[in-house]
Design a protein around this ligand. Structure first.
Ligand code: 5GP
Ligand code: MN
Length: 326
């Protein structure tokens, strides 16, 4: 049974433990690594033994700008112990990867997440789909528990907030309020956001041009709302930076003629990580809930940003998606 907790309740769970394993989701983004780095640092300042990891545990180069990611250890090196495991930004147990060994040994598991699709897991769960980022929830927990939030912790959390809100284009007043608290605590924004949101190699420009030339538009899809598609084959994945590949979806999102964007990334031969995006606009002001599409394929996420993993050749994977996005 999972006990639902608020920020103070989550802080109470943290206060019960002297050894804590802090995990975020596989193929982590800035919210996963930012929220977990911030929590890990605040716990260490309290004298807690912290194992900060994810599966498998190699931090993508660009996310290395986030303070604390240099202390991430490989998941295989984390000792099983009977303390606490905290999962951050993980919408379901499988998003944590191969953590059974750690979950089985732990006396308590605290889940901190903001995905509406989360079915609920762990012994305790702080789940708030209204939170702009998991990092926002971590700040609430740290403040409720009287933890020190120094400039480094604040910068780590800010990384999650600024990326999950699309640089504050969505997320509402709550996200600006969280930003105010983090900046007041000394969060660094300029270098961090350049590295996370803007920077890429010169070589990427050529690859980007070739890839974007292969994008496809289907104006009749999703009841006439339109969809735009891009597939990144494994050969390209092999020579590109992962964060550059992940950033492609923002180009698709901007296509006026399409309300739904589909990015297919063949990270392993025949295995596609699918990113789905949806936005309001046009005559029908509704947002197509792409998390329902992702959930139907074993994934999840938010109504306007979701994902899943699919297997097969590009044609069969696309056909299944097209069927769900009619
Ligand atoms: P992205 O497209 O950036 O990888 O993911 C968009 C959103 O969907 C994120 O909030 C992410 O956590 C969620 N998501 C992506 N892939 C999966 C998946 O395989 N399962 C679940 N449950 N959520 C996912
Ligand atoms: Mn997040």
């Amino acid at each position: 049974m999972t006990i639902r907790v608020d920020a103070a309740g989550a802080a109470d769970v943290l206060a019960r433990h002297r050894e804590v394993t802090v995990l975020c989701h596989i193929r982590p983004d800035a919210d996963a690594l930012g929220s977990s780095s911030g929590l890990a640092r605040a716990l260490r300042a309290r004298g807690v033994t912290v194992h900060h990891s994810f599966d498998p545990g190699v931090v993508p180069q660009t996310l290395g700008i986030i303070p604390g990611t240099d202390r991430v250890v490989p998941l295989a090196g984390v000792p099983a112990h009977d303390g606490l495991v905290v999962t951050l930004d993980c919408a379901s147990p499988d998003r944590v990867g191969r953590w059974d060994r750690l979950a089985d040994a732990a006396s308590e598991i605290l889940v901190i997440d903001h995905h509406g699709s989360n079915p609920g897991f762990g012994s305790h769960m702080l789940l708030d789909p209204a939170a702009a980022s998991t990092a926002s929830l971590v700040l609430d927990v740290l403040e409720a528990g009287g933890f020190d939030v120094d400039a480094e912790t604040a910068t780590s959390l800010y990384a999650g907030l600024v990326t999950d809100t699309g640089s504050f284009r969505w997320g509402g007043t709550g996200s600006h309020e969280t930003a105010r608290r983090l900046l007041s605590a000394g969060a660094e924004s300029t270098e961090l956001t350049f590295a996370l949101l803007d920077a890429h190699s010169f070589a990427w420009l050529r690859v980007l041009g070739e890839l974007l030339a292969t994008a496809r538009l289907d104006v009749d899809a999703v009841g006439g709302r339109g969809s735009v598609w891009l597939a990144v084959p494994h050969e390209v994945i092999l020579v590109a930076d992962e964060d550059d590949v992940e950033s492609l979806v923002s180009h698709l999102r901007g296509v006026r003629e399409a309300r739904v964007a589909v990015l297919l990334k063949e990270y392993l031969p025949g295995e596609w990580a699918v990113s789905l995006r949806s936005r309001a606009g046009g005559a029908a002001a509704d947002v197509v809930d792409v998390s329902a599409v992702a959930a139907a394929l074993g994934g999840g996420g938010h109504p306007s940003a979701a994902g899943c993993t699919m297997h097969g050749d590009l044609e069969s994977v696309s056909a299944r998606l097209r069927e769900l996005l009619r």
